[in-house]
Design a protein around this ligand. Sequence first.
Ligand code: UDX
Ligand code: UDX
Length: 459
Amino acid sequence: MKVTKICCIGAGYVGGPTMAVIAKKNPNLRVTVVDVNQDRIDAWNNPDVTNLPIYEPGLGDIIKETRGRNLFFSTEIDKTIDESEMIFISVNTPTKTYGKGKGMAADLKYVELCARNIAKVATTNKIVVEKSTLPVRTAQAIKSILDNTGSAVKFSILSNPEFLAEGTAIQDLLNPDRVLIGGESEEAIEVLANIYASWVPQDKILRTNVWSSELSKLTANAFLAQRISSINAISELCEKTEANVNEVAKAIGMDSRIGPKFLQASVGFGGSCFQKDILNLVYIARSYNLHAVADYWEQVTTFNDHQKRRFADHIVNTLYNTVSGKKIGFLGWAFKKDTNDTRESAAIYVADYLLNEQANISVYDPKVPAKKIQSDLNYLNTRSVSENEKQITTFNEPYAALKDTHAIAILTEWDEFKSYDWKKIYLNMKKPAFIFDGRNLLDKNKMIKIGFEYSSIGQ
Ligand code: UDX
Ligand code: UDX
């Protein structure tokens, strides 16, 4: 099968950057990204690439190069599906908020809607590629929907999970550690492998069966998250024993069997994937009655909740057991630096806890707008919209956000925080002036020298 036109359903953090890089590296392929959300598509088509719907270093340049050449963004979903020989599904698969598996299982309704839509409009044979992270055996469900259309159209299903991390998406896509393609049809696998082979060496393109591919994605995220919970567990022990978690992380990371990455102690991991994928793994294990397996992995997210809670508790305890009416300045709201994504960000949960303790919070994040911060809190449904609006204020520059605060909490590791005029910030704060560095970002000795009461994670 020759592929000249591809379509991606879902213009999000995964679909957008991935298709941009595929289009850049395959100028002869026509790549169209479609989405039900008109505003999102309009933003992708904004002539000013600093206003794209997602912030990702390096993405703007690739969009400038490819958009209108062989990369297109559109809401014409049906037409684009039928014109394309290969269709990627990259829609969101959030944790279910209702019914069976509520709070644990992945909600596959959008994926199923996509499959049904493809089944409805396709008039020629298609290769359908799962890009969304899905529970093991979802391909089977997609296949069964597509195979029962009653038409003569043939579908091949591939699993091609994405391993990019936000904030480094473009680098991760340009230089992937590996590309994973799972499927039954060797022909379909090779068609997709050839698209990646335009820039990825063949020995990094792994071919597996569909189930291994689906499970590998969940497992990779579970292992990465487990490292963070492991170092965060040690961070709590360090605080009691006067060991320093940064020194411990460096010492163990130099063991080549352990390696240095993903050992940064923090206020807790966030992001759209880790928690969701682990809960998903736990749910699947339980559904096969593998309770020991489920309990083992569940502890990774349980500990992450503990770490966020512990950080918030420590702020309250240190501020003489009350933050009621006190102003706490938050630096950072995104779940990590170099992204405007806030899904599952530790900042949301720490803020919610402090708001329950009647704190007033002022926030500055270089890329997250006020509207998003309010909607993240409103989504939790802990208090009314007007109470959230009253208790939390967003600023578009840091010095105003931090003025007259009793304490500063660092929630995201944005580089710019390191180069602020910390002396000036100190002079404008209430005394004693506390810093709670949830990212071990600042220079501890320098902060203490200025006069701050400085505490960080695991030191
Ligand atoms: C999502 C999943 O969260 C992740 O598990 C998976 O690996 C890849 O897809 P992301 O791209 O970050 O990741 O999601 P998001 O930014 O929410 O984008 C999904 C897009 O799909 C949205 O723009 C949404 O409007 C669109 N969508 C959703 C459709 O076009 N049709 C639908 O039926 C549902
Ligand atoms: C993750 C996976 O890394 C990626 O391969 C997969 O495709 C999607 O999920 P992402 O969530 O975008 O990517 O970012 P990641 O860099 O993994 O960070 C996740 C969270 O862990 C962030 O909140 C980050 O701050 C935190 N983290 C990361 C730590 O607290 N310590 C670390 O050492 C590393």
